[in-house]
Design a protein around this ligand. Structure first.
Ligand SMILES: *[C@@H]1O[C@H](CO)[C@@H](O)[C@H](O)[C@H]1NC(C)=O
Ligand SMILES: *[C@@H]1O[C@H](CO)[C@@H](O)[C@H](O)[C@H]1NC(C)=O
Length: 264
């Protein structure tokens, strides 16, 4: 009932918005901004806005003893979306990731890496606390075929909140060991980690220090680095591009004031 009232109000506004004499490119698009929640043990939920889908994606929620995850779009202007997620997880049978609430790009996917000119993106965000186990990251997948199952997963972490990347190698202190250190790309310095999570190769670029709360650049440069230096084939198809938070435990609100990604 509540959401029906909200939807009716939204629909009533549409004719006025549409007739306003604003520049078409700058006009905010009417979208579903209501909060979508899933509670433990949970199920997947999603909502579409423009070229994006907001996925709650609580793939590991069965490993929590309790928790919840809510998310909503705030606004969409052109290809720039703002969104928010509020999550809380207590680890139960698993100390691993509970949810990857993310913005998934739906446009221009399934190109071969050799055919991609650029993937410009911006992401500006803030989080209520760093006292959680989580990351804030882009997650890309490639496959042998268009729309096929994942062969490679490429993560670009903007923040590491007491979590760690998939790695095949750990030092005696239990820390993951990078396969490449101090790599300069897109104006930041990264360590590259590599391992398998049982289903696909996982390449993770992590900032060498600190968090990047305002990222702007071409994430195709990370793919080009892997094809030029790490044996990833340029014949792979880019099947998935997402940006979100892998949440393991704790409670946090992640607020994204601007997220945009386009495949050219
Ligand atoms: C990376 O850079 C840091 C800081 O300059 C330095 O201490 C470290 O030795 C470098 N690591 C490698 C493997 O070159
Ligand atoms: C590993 O595997 C699954 C497929 O089961 C994949 O969807 C997931 O994102 C993976 N990556 C990481 C970093 O755990």
């Amino acid at each position: 009932m509540f959401s029906f009232v909200k939807l009716s109000a939204l629909l009533l506004l549409v004719p006025f918005v549409a007739s306003a004499p604003t520049d078409v490119a700058e006009r905010a698009t009417a979208i579903d901004t209501t909060s979508h929640c899933v509670f433990h043990p949970g199920q997947f939920d999603s909502v579409v806005a423009g070229s994006y889908t907001l996925f709650l994606d609580q793939w590991g929620a069965s490993g929590a003893s309790s928790g919840s995850d809510c998310a909503n779009f705030v606004a969409l202007t052109g290809t720039t979306v703002s969104w928010k997620t509020v999550w809380t997880w207590t680890s139960g049978s698993s100390t691993g990731v509970k949810s990857f609430t993310n913005i998934n790009l739906n446009a221009n996917l399934n190109k071969q890496l050799s055919a991609i000119a650029s993937i410009p993106t911006t992401w500006t965000w803030s989080q209520s606390t760093s006292s959680v186990v989580a990351d804030v990251a882009y997650d890309l997948f490639t496959s042998n075929t268009a729309g096929g199952s994942a062969v490679n997963e490429i993560m670009i972490w903007l923040a590491n909140f007491n979590a760690g990347p998939i790695s095949a190698t750990f030092n005696s202190a239990g820390q993951p060991v990078p396969v490449v250190s101090n790599l300069s790309l897109n104006g930041h310095t990264w360590n590259l980690f590599f391992g398998s999570n049982g289903s696909n190769n996982v390449y993770s670029f992590l900032p060498t220090s600190g968090t990047i709360t305002s990222f702007s650049g071409d994430i195709n440069l990370f793919l080009k680095y892997l094809t030029a230096n790490r044996g990833v084939s340029t014949a792979q198809f880019l099947t998935t591009v997402q940006g979100g938070t892998e949440a393991t435990s704790g409670s946090a609100t992640l607020t994204t004031s601007a997220f945009s990604v386009v495949i050219n």
